[in-house]
Design a binder for this molecule. Structure first.
Ligand code: AMP
Ligand code: MG
Length: 353
């Protein structure tokens, strides 16, 4: 299959270009498109066969359901039931359109291929102008996971999508870089409480401003025990992983820097904060040191994380060592992705006696 790439202005997308994408979607094809979180790989969510093609193109495990994207939050009543409409509507009023996905009991209009047989459906309204207008013009909801090969870091540019999907899908809409850089926050509603299944740009702290009843799923920061079935099937997979082994390093400043120096001299890659760079000069090839933002700049870390992991992939390294990030606010999402990328391989450097 030949994959076409069409460029679009992310601030003022041209309807005549978007209509070419709509034509592909409505005939059951696959279109990658930018969203504010990462690039998505979209198909008509009401066409089971088209959605099944997403799994083939990505090599996605067949028990990992897809998120359905809507143009407007009020459309949810067509596809889902909600026992607590007041809570849903407050979440929608505050955070939609935007980087949040809500899991609700599904209606029969959503085919089993999307939900892999679950009785629930994940719904999101992207705020990105290209994504929003594409769904609006299509007139159907669009099912879309991230547009990467399964297990690889999510794509935040059209170039990343081309790397993984060229020849496997019909069309890529190139709208530049995704602003947020990590996938949407995923929540489910349990009575009057919110269950946080995957952290994202809408943070636990943001959700606490709606209700004190926010539960953070244990799978967000810890490894599931064998045989335990998570509420969100995606949480059980090694994800976002570069080809090299990845280890997260914790410890005092001094210990971490001297450990990084030693590993850099041995030919490893270092994923670090900008402040670390001067301390690593002269200890090995500076191309193997990638900073993903200042220590306190969580937005930059989220924005650059997956692009950094993909840059390391081009270097054919055996091992990458990464900084441990804060776990508050957006840091929870960054830590969650890094922990999955390193398959929970954390090195605690010995503390000074
Ligand atoms: P992706 O679109 O690749 O970023 O992944 C979507 C995430 O949402 C995965 O972790 C899925 O397991 C999760 N998800 C999608 N639909 C559901 C659902 N109905 N119930 C629980 N989790 C879901
Ligand atoms: Mg994904």
């Amino acid at each position: 299959m030949r994959t076409r790439v069409l460029k679009l202005d992310p601030n003022l997308p041209d309807d005549s270009v978007l209509r070419q994408a709509v034509e592909v979607i409505l005939r059951g094809g696959l279109v990658a498109f930018p969203t504010e979180t990462v690039y998505g790989l979209g198909a008509n969510a009401l066409n089971g066969e088209a959605c099944a093609r997403i799994f083939d193109a990505k090599g996605r495990p067949h028990d990992n359901p897809l998120i359905v994207h809507l143009a407007d939050p009020s459309d949810y009543t067509k596809y889902a039931e909600c026992a607590n409409t007041a809570l849903f509507e407050e979440i929608a009023r505050r955070f939609m359109p935007g980087p949040i996905t809500v899991i609700l009991p599904k209606k029969k209009e959503i085919p089993d291929e999307v939900t892999v047989g679950l009785q629930t459906v994940a719904l999101r309204c992207p705020s990105h102008k290209i994504a929003h207008r594409l769904i609006e013009l299509a007139g159907v909801p669009i099912a879309a996971p991230s547009a990467n090969l399964s297990g690889k870091p999510s794509p935040t540019t059209a170039e990343h999508v081309i790397e993984d999907m060229d020849g496997r899908i019909d069309l890529i809409l190139d709208g530049g870089e995704s602003a947020v850089g990590v996938e949407s926050t995923v929540i489910s509603l349990k009575g009057d409480s919110i269950h946080l299944l995957r952290p994202g740009f809408v943070t636990a702290e943001d959700l606490f401003t709606i209700t004190p009843k926010v539960m953070i799923d244990p799978a967000v920061l810890s490894q599931l025990e064998k045989g335990v079935k998570p509420e969100s099937p995606g949480m059980k997979y090694r994800h976002y992983a570069p080809s090299a082994l990845l280890t997260m390093v914790c410890g005092s400043e001094e210990k971490v820097i001297s450990f990084f120096r030693e590993k850099l001299q041995c030919g490893c890659g270092i994923l670090c904060f900008e402040e670390d760079i001067p301390h690593l000069k002269g200890f090995g090839d500076p191309a193997r040191v990638i900073a993903f933002g200042k220590r306190a700049d969580l937005s930059s870390q989220a924005h650059l994380l997956f692009a950094a992991l993909r840059r390391f992939d081009k270097m054919n390294l055996e091992h990458i060592y990464a900084r441990h990030t804060a776990e508050n606010d957006l840091g929870l999402a960054i830590s969650n992705r890094l922990l999955r990328a390193c398959a929970f391989d954390i090195l605690e450097l010995e503390r000074e006696p």
